[in-house]
Ligand binder design. Structure first.
Ligand SMILES: *Cc1c(COP(=O)(O)O)cnc(C)c1O
Length: 360
């Protein structure tokens, strides 16, 4: 069996069956059904925030938030991320302005941001990359000083905490992805958390065509609702989140025991409260390049991923628009980083085999 970088955790089949059985009684499959409402309530409690608005996926949640928050003009953001963060801004008519990342954790470098702010800047869109929290205090101070909106891409950070708080505690809103490959999933899915009642209302309009009642449509919204089967999967997976993260932590500790401290191999810091979402390793002056390690693993049917290579600023669809060399730390990281296979039931023996191949 090939080993992929990620593998979706599944609840017991019987548990999922029990969760979806009521749908055969009430025939209510989407549009604020009981499962979606229950999941929103559970997530509000878990994230400790007044509002969680569920979406069909994380990307559409991000686009809805950009629109609902009135983000226009330019936004300071990172090129060291998944396509979604940058594409969401561009698809909403906002120009991404790329700041470099910190070498230590590859999140946005707050000290690089202020010189990029212009009179067109309306927002900062940082990413808690790999579940490591950004420099939330410095970003908050800069946003306050310049009157900017902060929308966190917390797609990787569900289940992680910082200073005892969930990602929902930071910025004006945070987006989570519940894609099948994430730590917590709803098959496909996503959400926005926020404290503002008005923003939550605006997000619900974006999610459902701007419809407020049977005869009232007040804005040009799209359709990005989470359906009941997704929400039911979420309710099951949420019950097992702690165990999921504990199993991932075990896998990470095996990797660290073998690879940490090897000259030329660098791990990013993992705070105790992290969610073990990814296992990024940087090959910096190791006797094999990142691409050589990647190829050696692939030859044995083991598929690590070059997250995040290339930088979004280097994508073919943006050719000529951005200069990847303008963010040298992010550019170097994109050339050196490899995320190793990590999922809850990855066997110890497989981790050892992967480490053997990396070290051989
Ligand atoms: C997964 C991801 C998204 C998008 O989430 P989907 O639910 O797949 O649409 C956005 N940003 C980052 C950083 C991601 O990893």
């Amino acid at each position: 069996m090939p080993i992929q970088v990620a593998r979706s955790s599944m609840p017991d089949f019987e548990e999922y069956l029990a969760e979806i059985r009521p749908l055969w009684e009430n025939h209510w499959l989407t549009n604020n059904g009981e499962k979606a409402l229950a999941l929103e309530a559970a997530l509000q409690a878990y994230l400790d925030i007044p509002h969680v608005v569920l979406f069909s996926n994380g990307h559409l949640a991000l686009e809805a938030a950009i629109r609902a928050m009135g983000i226009t003009g330019e936004a300071i953001t990172t090129p060291f991320t998944f396509a979604s963060t940058t594409h969401a801004l561009v698809r909403c008519g906002v120009k991404p302005v790329f700041a470099d990342v910190r070498p230590g954790d590859l999140t946005l470098d707050a000290s690089q941001m202020e010189r990029l702010i212009t009179e067109r800047t309306t927002a900062i869109v940082p990413v808690h990359v790999y579940g490591n929290f950004c420099d939330v205090d410095a970003i908050g101070r800069i946003a306050q000083k310049h009157g900017l909106t902060v929308l966190y891409d917390a797609a990787h950070a569900f289940g992680a905490t910082h200073a005892g708080q969930s990602p929902a505690a930071y910025g004006d809103a945070a987006m989570y992805s519940f894609h099948a490959t994430k730590v917590f999933h709803t098959i496909e899915g996503g959400a926005i958390s926020c404290a503002s009642d008005a923003l939550a209302d605006a997000l619900r309009l974006e999610r459902n065509f701007g419809i407020t009642g049977p005869e009232d449509t007040v804005s040009v919204g799209g359709n990005a609702k989470m359906n009941e089967f997704q929400a039911a999967m979420g309710l099951c997976n949420l019950r097992h989140l702690e165990g999921e993260i504990a199993k991932r932590r075990h896998v990470c500790s095996l990797y660290r025991a073998r690879l940490a401290g090897v000259p030329g191999i660098r791990f990013l810091p993992t705070p105790d409260q992290d969610n073990c979402a990814y296992l990024p390793v940087l090959f910096e002056g190791y006797r094999r390049t990142r691409d050589e390690v990647f190829a050696r693993l692939a030859a044995q049917d083991i598929y690590a991923r070059k997250y995040f290579y290339p930088l979004t600023s280097a994508f073919a669809c943006y050719a000529g628009q951005f200069d990847p060399a303008a963010t040298p730390v992010a550019l170097a990281a994109s050339q050196n980083v490899l995320t190793l296979p990590l999922y809850a039931d990855l066997a110890d023996a497989d981790v050892q085999r992967i480490c053997d191949l990396v070290l051989a």
